[in-house]
Structure formats: structure tokens, C-alpha cells
Write a protein that binds this ligand. Structure first.
Ligand code: FA5
Length: 387
């Protein structure tokens, strides 16, 4: 059975009952994807339009929204997976999705072009050498382009994503240039509300600004959920860049990364929120981690809380990482305010939900013991090559 046949079936129909089988199956998909990409790059193209046509065809085969292989894997393998296999399928699917970005038309076209240029260059050198016009040793190795590595903030973002994908959450994104309505009003922060001052920042015009948090994606996701008439709950995480009028210092940057989590369903309680965030903290920082919730205020959640975890470096004893307190403040969270549900088009009498918002850069600092957030954005290779 080839890959096209396999993605048309569920894992159960394929007889996959254990994690090892799932991992091997995804490895087979990755190999198929890589060899199709390599075949296209090696084949090259007679002209730019032909090249673009070939690249688009391969891109659509893998990434087309409805019938692409990656979407079919999502529908037939991930969504239909048995409960016990969901975490491993989620992790493998996420890896595949990230890898599949090399199948975007522009990326493919660039790879075809690079190979074509290299071939033309070597042929030119060989011709010149055989004509005796220059003294070139064409069998010597070429210049190596050093490989980059994944930025630590993105690495941690993916780690967090993996944990939530394993729990059945989906990734949803929204625009960085956001309307005042989604960034504030729909989140229950009217123009006159004092809490708006903290976030009232970089405006493009009077109705548009660079979003100050990822919370607007909550509203956009609810609207989509209602528009598409989706069934079951809405479980999403929303990673992305945010912007604030904060002066740069060791823990603040005017541009930083947040991840929002949102769960909406019938019968969602604060206990679900606590359980999920406790599970997440243990997965991310280690099984011994303890969580602690303190009341606070956000206009879009009621009740609202701050979550702290016991310091993973000193296990709560007090050290430099936790500033001797034994605890690290992690994120804001709470039960979605009924007015916010209404603003998203969801009936608060029938549905309830929780949300959280965390700073990925601060998580990365805690994970690697980095004491200055500015290091992430200076592009210093000596820092970045350590990851
Ligand atoms: C918020 O932005 C809320 N939207 C979070 C939320 C979502 C609460 C859903 C409840 C429900 P806050 O302003 O505290 O909350 O920011 C959240 C996190 O973003 C902070 O804990 C911090 O880690 C990070 N953060 C905020 N400002 C900066 C900054 N200038 N530089 C780096 N990280 C920042």
C-alpha cells in the first residue's frame, strides 16, 4: 500500500495499535515527502514558469487545505486516533507539519534554483578547465554554507505546542496588526477602563494597533467556531508576537512572544483549568513541579488568577533563578468572562470556558537559566549557536 492509500485510512484500519507503529508510519511519510522534494529539485526545470508550475503541483499534493496529504493525515489519523495514541500522533503530526514547510511553493522554487545555479557553475568550471584557460580543480569540495539552528524562543514555543497538541488542542493564529475592537472592546476593555492604560500602546491609526497580547485570537476563534457551525468544544492555543510600549530591560522587550490557551465547551470549570495547567507545568518543568494559583484581575476573565510554579532549579528552596522565593510567576489565567463569550457569539448560558496567556520568552529564560531577555533579539551568533 503506498502513502496515498494509507492516508485515506484511519490508524485503526491500518492496524496501528502502538506508539512504535505510529512513529514508523510517520517516518515513512517523512521519507516519501523528502524523496519527492529531492526528485523535483534534482530534475530541475527548463524555465521559470515550468519550475513554478512543478513546485505548485507538489505543494498542492502535500499542503492543499482540503485534499493535501497533510490535511488527510490530520483528518484520518490525528482526529480519528484512539485516545491512548493521541499524544504520540499529535507530536508526530506537529513535527510533520513543521517539516512540510519546505514544500511551500517559494521554498521549493528556491531549492530548484539553487541546484540549477550550482550545476551551471560546475559545468562552467569544467568547460574552462578542459579548455585549459584556468587552473581549477573541480573535484575539490565547494564552499559550505553553515547550517543555522532553531531560535531558543521558537524551540520552547514548539515544546509548549507539542504538550497541548498531545491534549487535543489545535494551533490558531491571528493578525499582529489588530483592530482596537478585537484587542480591547471585544475583550471587555472599554475605552474608559483603567486597565486599558497598561496595554494602550503602538497605534497604526485610531482604529488599528500592533496587538498587545494574543487574547484577540480568542474572539476571532469563537467567531470562526460559530460561523463554521462546529460541534464539540473549542480547544486552541495561539502562539505569536505581541508589541508593547515597554522599555527594554532584562525582562521586558517592546516585541515579545505570547501563547494563549482557550478551552470552551459545556461543563468547563475552574478545576479543568487548574488540572490542565498543573499537567502542563509538570510536563514542561518536570514531574516534581508544584503549581500555585493566586487571585488577580483581568477584564476578560472572571475569576482571574496568576499561576506560579515551584522553581525547577532549586525545587522551591530559593536560588538565583527564582530570586530566592522558591516560586516562578508564569502566566495569567481565568474563566472566560460571560460578556466575552457573548462578544464571540457564544451562549454563556450553555457554554463556559477558561483561558490563559503566557510569555514564551520568559518561559525560555526559565528553561535555560537566561537572565536577560535582550539576548534573544540581538542576533549574536555566539549566543544563538549554543542552542
Ligand atoms: C496578558 O497579556 C493577558 N492577555 C494574559 C491572559 C490571557 C490572562 C488569558 C488571562 C486569560 P500580561 O500582561 O500579564 O497578561 O502578559 C502575559 C505575559 O506576557 C506576562 O506574564 C509576561 O510573561 C509576558 N510579557 C508581558 N509584557 C512583556 C514584555 N514587555 N516583554 C516580555 N514579556 C512580556
Amino acid at each position: 500500500m503506498n502513502i496515498d492509500d494509507k492516508v485515506g485510512k484511519t490508524l485503526q484500519e491500518l492496524g496501528m495499535t502502538d506508539a512504535a507503529g505510529v512513529v514508523a508510519l510517520f517516518a515513512e511519510v517523512r521519507t516519501a515527502m523528502e524523496s519527492e522534494r529531492e526528485a523535483l529539485v534534482a530534475r530541475g526545470a527548463s524555465s521559470d514558469p515550468v519550475r513554478d508550475q512543478l513546485c505548485k503541483a507538489l505543494r498542492d499534493r502535500w499542503l492543499a487545505r482540503k485534499s493535501g496529504l497533510v490535511s488527510l493525515i490530520d483528518e484520518n489519523w490525528l482526529k480519528m486516533a484512539m485516545k491512548e495514541l493521541k499524544p504520540v500522533v499529535g507530536r508526530q503530526f506537529n513535527q510533520l507539519r513543521q517539516l512540510a514547510s519546505c514544500m511551500e511553493t517559494e521554498a521549493l522554487a528556491r531549492d530548484v534554483q539553487v541546484r540549477r545555479d550550482a550545476v551551471v557553475q560546475v559545468r562552467g568550471l569544467q568547460l574552462e578547465a578542459s579548455a585549459g584557460s584556468v587552473n581549477v580543480e573541480v573535484t575539490l569540495p565547494g564552499l559550505r554554507r553553515p547550517l543555522g539552528s532553531i531560535h531558543p524562543v521558537i524551540r520552547v514555543q514548539r515544546e509548549i505546542e507539542d504538550i497541548f497538541l498531545g491534549l487535543g488542542f489545535k494551533i490558531e493564529t491571528g493578525p499582529e496588526i489588530e483592530s482596537v475592537y478585537y484587542n480591547f472592546d471585544a475583550l471587555n476593555i472599554p475605552e474608559t477602563h483603567s486597565s486599558r492604560d497598561d496595554w494602550d500602546t503602538i497605534y497604526v491609526d485610531s482604529k488599528t494597533l500592533l496587538r498587545t497580547h494574543t487574547s484577540p485570537v480568542q474572539i476571532r476563534a469563537m467567531e470562526r467556531y460559530v460561523r463554521e457551525g462546529s460541534q464539540g468544544g473549542l480547544y486552541i492555543i495561539t502562539p505569536g508576537k505581541c508589541y508593547r510600549n515597554d522599555n527594554p530591560d532584562a525582562t521586558h522587550s517592546p516585541m515579545f512572544h505570547q501563547m494563549e490557551g482557550l478551552a470552551i465547551d459545556t461543563d468547563i470549570t475552574f478545576a479543568d483549568l487548574k488540572g490542565t495547567l498543573d499537567f502542563f507545568a509538570k510536563k514542561f518543568f518536570g514531574e516534581k513541579t508544584r503549581t500555585s494559583f493566586h487571585p488577580t484581575f483581568f477584564p476578560f476573565t472572571e475569576p482571574s488568577g496568576e499561576v506560579a510554579v515551584s522553581c525547577h532549579v532549586c525545587d522551591g528552596q530559593g536560588c538565583r533563578t527564582c530570586k530566592e522565593s522558591g516560586w516562578i510567576e508564569l502566566m495569567g489565567c481565568g474563566m472566560v468572562h460571560p460578556q466575552v463569550l457573548k462578544n464571540g457569539g457564544i451562549d454563556p448560558e450553555r457554554y463556559s470556558g477558561w483561558a490563559f496567556g503566557l510569555g514564551i520568552d520568559r518561559f525560555t529564560m526559565a528553561r535555560y537559566g537566561i537572565n536577560d531577555i535582550q539576548l534573544f533579539f540581538q542576533g549574536d551568533v555566539r549566543f544563538l549557536e549554543q542552542f
